[in-house]
Design a protein around this ligand. Sequence first.
Ligand code: NAD
Length: 314
Amino acid sequence: MTLRRRKITVVGAGNVGASAALYLAERELGDVALVDVVEGIPEGKGLDLLQYGPVGRFDSRVTGSQDSRLMEGSDVVVVTAGVARKPGMTRLDLLQTNARIIQSVAKNIQAHAPDAIVIVITNPLDVMTYLLWKLTGFPAHRVVGQAGVLDGARFSAFIAQELDVSVEDISTLVLGGHGDDMVPLVRYTTVSGIPLADLLPADRITALVDRARNGGAEIVKLLKTGSAYYAPAASGVQMVEAVVKDKKRILACSAHLSGQYGLSDVYIGVPVVLGGGGVEKIIELKLTDAERAALHNSAKIYKEAIADALKVVA
Ligand code: NAD
């Protein structure tokens, strides 16, 4: 028997895509293929990352191309192609442009990586994940979106800063869409098993929730020319790791619902078991009335946006 390395394609070699390729290679999660439409960028960044190997001490081979045939044989495809927000924009403002980009990316994945598990990062996240699922015709467990890992990381970072404790001890869960309507579940947030509410007063928790909810916009305002990329890319890579190592991690991901939480035909952030089979299980929590209402409100926003996106690609 000959074992082979995993192959992971990153579509879009911009800020998020190149950072994801870097982390994937550093962690030796597989060989990495970078695909982008801009001439020279995927090739150049791929070569740069390959040359980092001897210094970074990793054997992942990184290649780049404009030719989407490079994705052939991919086990996992990470989709980061698309425009990012500028100050004053919401993620939904990206819908028209990115729906067309996802349409062409879906076609390429269908043609060249028909067996891959696809992790979508492009915004508006829940809408683009739905669109990619619909356009590839892949089973829903093989198409999943990254949002909750990042939103949870943002909330955790602010909690750790506030309490002056290690980020490693914080565990949190953020449901709902990747937007202002996200639903951080404070009652599922613990610090080394201690409920957050036992450690911080309610007004401070509310302030941290608000900062996490606006965590992306805070960075867009500072950068002025684009949006966050280190943490978003690392969050996507954590999902790739769960898949290629079949870790069966419970992570908040944008997953296709077909009746769970009383919702169907929508992608939205919920806790899932992520492993070698992709989304192996959707975990249905018993939500309070307020949490359920917030999740349904979030889903309503994305259902409407999905209808708009489907018109763009019709
Ligand atoms: P960027 O502009 O730096 O890079 C985007 C890249 O996509 C560019 O290099 C562009 O040439 C490429 N591209 C465009 N059309 C393509 C196509 N058809 N095929 C292949 N490549 C194509 O943007 P970025 O900062 O890397 O952000 C990428 C996307 O990720 C944006 O939509 C952004 O909103 C989103 N994002 C999502 C999250 C999240 O948590 N889900 C977080 C941050 C950013």
